[in-house]
Unconditional design. Structure first.
Length: 160
């Protein structure tokens, strides 16, 4: 089914589904960080500073280093330029690529960011979540054959 065959009500239904999927992905990302922190440090981020003070010094040093090693391997293997995708890439996709972003590199970036944050590295949560939302809207846009304007509209619904 081509996008031009869809009416206004269908667009809003698809936009709502894209927004809900993006919100679910954001919650899943946050849960993934908390789960990884709990596995690696025995607590979530609410008590991490307190618990880290009671852990052996080598553990507090080794976990972020090993996390960084895993992140480097993921980015080297799954992204063409070995870098994390972020909000700037979403803006570029909206402006230059009909509201589409890279799927594989974006998923690898989200995994890398989750591991960075879960292992104690310093990074932001918002960039990966915005890019995950953009991946969802790109996938839906491709499935329905959305044109550039509609792809950008769905992108906006996802990242909002």
């Amino acid at each position: 089914m081509r996008w031009s065959d869809l009416g206004g009500v269908r667009f809003w239904a698809i936009a709502l589904a894209v927004g809900l999927a993006a919100g679910t992905a954001a919650l899943g990302f946050r849960l993934g960080i908390t789960t990884l922190q709990t596995v690696l440090y025995g607590t979530d981020d609410m008590m991490l500073a307190t618990v880290a003070g009671r852990l052996p010094w080598w553990w507090v040093l080794a976990i972020p280093i090993l996390g960084g090693l895993v992140v480097g391997l993921i980015l080297d293997r799954f992204t063409p330029d070995a870098r994390v995708r972020a909000v700037a890439d979403v803006i570029g996709g909206a402006a230059l690529d009909r509201g589409r972003v890279e799927g594989r590199a974006g998923l690898a970036s989200a995994a890398a960011s989750l591991i960075t944050l879960g292992s104690g590295g310093s990074s932001g949560r918002e960039g990966p979540v915005v890019h995950l939302a953009a991946i969802i809207s790109s996938w839906v846009s491709d499935r329905i054959g959305a044109d550039g304007i509609t792809g950008r509209d769905l992108l906006g619904c996802a990242v909002a």
